[in-house]
Design a protein around this ligand. Sequence first.
Ligand code: GLA
Length: 346
Amino acid sequence: MKLVIEYFGQTHDGDEVQGYLIENSSGLAVRLINYGAIVQSVKFPGKNGDQEEISLGFDRLEDYLHEHPYFGATIGRYGNRIARGEFALEGEAYKLAVNNGPNHLHGGLRGFDKVLWGSEESSTGEAASVRFNYSSPDGEEGYPGRLDTWVTFSLDEGNRFIIEYEARSSASTPVNLTNHTYWNLSGAGTGDILGHELTLVSESYLPVDQDLIPTGKMADVEGGPMDFRSPATVGGRIGEVEGGYDHCYVLGEQPSKEPRPAAILRDPLSGRCMRVSTTEPGLQLYTGNFLDGIKGSGGKVFERHGALCLEAQHFPDSPNRAEFPSTILSPGDTYRQVTVHEFSLP
Ligand code: GLA
């Protein structure tokens, strides 16, 4: 296992940002940065042996310091939306930062994707990892309690890229962490992902309103364009889904102790395949509907549907939905999530 730490840039406050390159002997290479605990690059060989970039990102720190579509970012305290940025907890009403129309999205104006994280690296013969930590102060973006958060990214010789999360809070608070990597297994910037073949281990999904807030219902995927229980191309029925896929699939009624199979994404062109398993009860399928020609790594241009995200998470707007699995972390308890991405060639 290779683990190399290199200077990546400087924030506007003058803080140094580091890049952490981890690579195994099969050519699976992941680069992380401690700004936003971001997955800046993922490379993996295709059937012709070429190691290619398969995630969307930027080459320069400067591009991450401006608004961007959360490329590779660690999202916190809350992945996806909380309606009107409001919720009530233990008799108190809370008002969060609103940054997406009327709603709170991905932790607010300065979420975990826009802060500098501490880091600690470790490496053995078989695996290497970087453990990031961030302590979110009481009241940050409107959330109660100080939240101490750890995110560990590991890579092993079995071509597994593992993300493990842990958090502890000084007061009850909603927590819903996720990672926002955009995947294009044919190669980032080489075209769209409509020909990728997707399987989702899910029987139901959460329908949303016009602001992408779940209506509270769970709908059966049976037979319609949301049904990926058997492998289907992403683009096959996308025209029947208004705006493209941007929905949370239900993986289970509650989180699981051990990761359970959630998705298989396969690119027939390159032969690359990624299997996702997670302890989370939900998986957000987002087909890059809002990408609109942003320029990224290597000068590549990322157009609509140029990549897709599979965000392991709890359900959006859970703090306002007693019927959804709870996202409330109480003091004394530990939030945990494990999400595994396993890569293979045909
Ligand atoms: C998530 C949301 C999308 C969009 C992207 C970021 O995946 O579900 O609606 O906000 O993040 O562009």
